[in-house]
Write a protein that binds this ligand. Structure first.
Ligand code: FMN
Length: 194
């Protein structure tokens, strides 16, 4: 599995993780991934993905660059065919260890489960030009904040809205239609939460 040699240890990769729900459908959500000695390491807070991992002992990791797919995944608006069009690499993994700890972050005490997963199968989908783009970076930062929205107090929520307005200018200046679609989807979801 030569592609694994390309990973840098201890940096965080933003990926999509797919797990199987009880009814056989897939749950695809964004997560941070670290790699050490070819092990895939996730730190996961209590959520559906964690529940599914505990139930099935396996997960699939998707590496891709399209931030609209990340936005759709986080907001549960993802169409599996759209995802398939954008995947660069798909890596199936078997869980080898799970360890739960209490952590105290900016949002108070929480339980985090460290998952260690071993890659078992790699599928290369499409090759794309590696791109660094400011609009993509802005969207990813907004998505991370958005995923913590429920835990934010009023001040943090107001800061997030300010950040969103600031990001919008960068997105309009440096992004494309997919970035604008991501931003608009995020705004729509935000309105539903208010
Ligand atoms: C880029 C990005 C990275 C994330 N990384 C993590 C992570 O490492 N651990 C975690 O618990 N949640 C992470 N999240 C938040 C989850 O994606 C989010 O809580 C999601 O709603 C979980 O969905 P589920 O309940 O269907 O599993 C991340 C979100 C984004 C946008």
């Amino acid at each position: 599995m030569a592609i694994l040699d390309n990973f840098e240890e201890d940096m965080t990769y933003e990926v999509l993780v797919s797990t199987k729900n009880e009814d056989g459908s897939l749950n695809v959500k964004p997560f941070g991934l670290k790699i050490r000695d070819n092990d895939f390491i996730f730190k996961i807070f209590p959520n559906k993905t964690l529940l599914n991992i505990k139930n099935s002992d396996e997960l699939t990791v998707y590496f891709l660059q399209d931030v609209l797919i990340f936005t759709k995944a986080l907001t549960s608006n993802l169409d599996y065919d759209d995802l398939l069009d954008e995947i660069n690499y798909e890596i199936s993994c078997k869980i080898s260890n799970m360890d739960t700890t209490i952590i105290d972050d900016g949002y108070g005490k929480n339980v985090a489960t460290t998952i260690i997963a071993k890659p078992t199968k790699i599928i290369e989908h499409k090759k794309t030009l590696p791109i660094i783009n400011r609009a993509s970076n802005q969207i990813m930062e907004l998505l991370i904040d958005f995923s913590r929205y429920e835990f934010m107090d009023v001040d943090a929520r107001n800061n997030f809205i300010q950040k969103l307005n600031y990001s919008e200018k960068i997105i309009i200046k440096t992004g494309n239609k997919k970035h604008l679609d991501s931003l608009n989807l995020l705004k729509k979801e935000l309105k539903q939460k208010e």
